[in-house]
Design a binder for this molecule. Structure first.
Ligand code: F6P
Length: 321
């Protein structure tokens, strides 16, 4: 393999730059030319592709976001649109493509590997949601988790001063990992995640029970996929007369300098993606499972359901009585 390209796609996540850096440096180390595709699949269609050098990724490992930019590109579901992307890669002689993103981005990569005559694709899991099968952790999850914990710790100070119940809405449309992990780490009284049906009346009873025991404040972490923080507040008011406040953390969770864990993960996964391309693998995604680098076919990734750690969920519940 002589030429490869790399792109970032979907919601950005802290550590994507570190992953791009690893792809670029690892490839150049092995005398492979690397091209950066700007704006994800959109750049592939619009031919926004530029050669990257060692210096292109200098001073990048610590930066949040992605210097290649990212985009959501629904038109990439169209075969004719993908044909244009393939043409743009082929005219440069690019034989390998590393796609850093979530499983929506992997679907585009899978299609490309099927439709292009001479293109191998490898996915690298980059999303704060931690919702991709075939890996224990995604790039950006740890940073987002720490951002949430920091925010909840601060909110707890004011919740305690005013003896209030706070509802903190965190990201996660379909996956509750951010809510669960941050809830456990920040000592939340209640964690609402899409994977477990929530009973608002029961939550209200729990808050009341805590208040009866002298508990002055309460923290509820609500994943956006369950309902908004404001909806949660309204629902609670049907069962309990308390003064609630809502904080929606929003896109602050997607920014910031990546943690050490995310930089190391991104570097390992980015480097491994290049190794796989060099040995001829395609239509697979890299991952980390029990601290070992692994790779899994896209098909397998799409078939499996994303599950939360039930034991961890139960523990969080037990520790928050
Ligand atoms: O995919 C990551 C994510 O941050 C989700 O948690 C969130 O629901 C979504 O992206 C928001 O996407 P956008 O920035 O496109 O509104």
């Amino acid at each position: 393999m002589k030429k490869i390209a790399v792109l970032t796609s979907g919601g950005d996540s802290p550590g994507m730059n570190a992953a791009i850096r690893a792809v670029v440096r690892k490839a150049i180390y092995h005398d492979i030319e690397v091209y950066g595709v700007y704006q994800g699949y959109l750049g592939l269609i619009n031919d926004n592709i530029k050669k990257l050098e060692l210096g292109s990724v200098g001073d990048m490992i610590q930066r949040g976001g992605t210097f290649l930019y990212s985009a959501r590109c629904p038109e990439f579901k169209e075969k004719e649109v993908r044909a244009k992307a393939i043409e743009n890669l082929e005219k440069r002689g690019i034989e390998g493509l590393v796609v850093i993103g979530g499983d929506g981005s992997y679907r585009g990569a899978q299609r490309l590997s099927e439709e292009a005559k001479n293109l191998k694709t490898i996915g690298v899991p980059g999303t704060i949601d931690n919702d991709i099968n075939g890996t224990d952790f995604t790039i950006g999850f740890d940073t987002a988790l720490n951002t949430i914990i920091d925010a909840v710790d601060k909110i707890r100070d004011t919740a305690s001063s005013h003896e209030r119940t706070f509802i903190i809405e965190v990201m996660g449309r379909d996956a509750g990992d951010l809510a669960l992990w941050s809830g456990l780490a920040a000592g939340a009284e209640t964690i609402l995640i899409p994977e477990v049906k929530s009973d608002i009346e029961e939550i209200a009873e729990k808050i009341q029970h805590g208040m009866d025991r002298g508990k002055k404040h309460s923290i509820i972490i609500c994943a956006e996929g369950v309902m908004t923080g404001h909806q949660c507040g309204e629902e609670l008011k049907k069962f309990i007369n308390i003064d609630t406040r809502v904080s929606c953390l929003g896109h602050i969770q997607r920014g910031g300098t990546p943690t050490g864990m995310d930089r190391v993960l991104a570097s390992r996964l980015g480097g491994y993606a290049v190794e796989l391309l060099m040995q001829g693998d395609s239509a697979k995604a890299v991952g980390i499972q029990q601290n070992e680098l692994t790779c899994t076919h896209f098909d397998e990734i799409f078939q499996a359901e994303h599950n939360i750690d039930k034991k961890m969920y139960n523990l969080a519940h037990q520790l928050s009585i």
